[in-house]
Design a protein around this ligand. Sequence first.
Ligand code: SF4
Length: 180
Amino acid sequence: MTKPKLATCSLTGCFGCHMSLLDIDERILELVELVDLDVSPLDDKKTFDQPVDVGFIEGGCSNEYNIRELKEFRKHCRILVSVGACAINGGIPAMRNTVGLRECLEAVYLNGTSLEGDGLIPNDEDLPLLLDRVYPSHEVVKIDYFLPGCPPSGDAIWEGLKALLTGRVPALPYLLCKYE
Ligand code: SF4
């Protein structure tokens, strides 16, 4: 029997949400039975060659590469889930939204005290172009579900994922969405 397919990506984040996905411990064996992994940093598959049932987005969009990748996920994933604070509201990377991009680059590369650089702002054409600010995923594409947390716990990810993969609407119990 064909299994549903899961794709995951990490845009501008810290990979902590992916670590949390792996933090489901022995249930990872159940996950392997339940789903086929498609595009993901976990298996290093980089391009879609078929539609995918569920896509997990970690991280917000801080550069043009993130925008391209997010749009590819929207095009190929039937259900798209924003996982974690960075995908949902930009998270810590969005702290740069309080200053202009130029000011931010100057603070890091020209005026920073922690970097011994060559006094230049990197400008290599191979570097992805930075956006004016960090955008949450839903400001770029339509997102079907939001899984909050920084990161969401392995239990929350497991419950949400299991519901989506078995055709149920995720309804996480209060304790899985409570943060202190
Ligand atoms: S939400 Fe938290 S854990 Fe997830 S990528 Fe952002 S900073 Fe990392």
